[in-house]
Design a protein around this ligand. Structure first.
Ligand SMILES: Cc1cc2nc3c(=O)[nH]c(=O)nc-3n(C[C@H](O)[C@H](O)[C@H](O)COP(=O)(O)OP(=O)(O)OC[C@H]3O[C@@H](n4cnc5c(N)ncnc54)[C@H](O)[C@@H]3O)c2cc1C
Length: 70
């Protein structure tokens, strides 16, 4: 079994690992995430815009249909 090691479990690593799990890669690989932070707090809140439901729809916490810039 191959071993994939990610240094840093931030957005990039977690996005990739989520897709590796969804694509079945995790079934044949051991995946290890190493981070210097214990990640016990919610240290990031990501906002983004999209035209239709996206990959992370199931973890979306809030949505707005309109955004005004002043
Ligand atoms: C407060 C805040 C709000 C943000 N809001 C948005 C937003 O609304 N929308 C948006 O698109 N972007 C937002 N960003 C930017 C977004 O967070 C970054 O673009 C994104 O996180 C970068 O992903 P990354 O995986 O490269 O780095 P990160 O997500 O920062 O992950 C890097 C990880 O590596 C770990 N690490 C660092 N050094 C080491 C080491 N030596 N050994 C082990 N682990 C290590 C860190 O602890 C961290 O967990 C925000 C950033 C901040 C700080």
């Amino acid at each position: 079994m191959k071993h994939l090691v990610f240094t840093g479990s931030g957005l990039a690593a977690l996005s990739l690992v989520t897709r590796l799990i969804d694509n079945g890669v995790a079934d044949s690989h051991l995946i290890t995430l190493i981070d210097k932070d214990r990640k016990e707090n919610n240290d990031r809140t990501w906002c983004f815009w999209e035209k239709q439901e996206g990959y992370f729809e199931n973890v979306v916490y809030r949505k707005w249909k309109q955004l005004d810039f002043f």
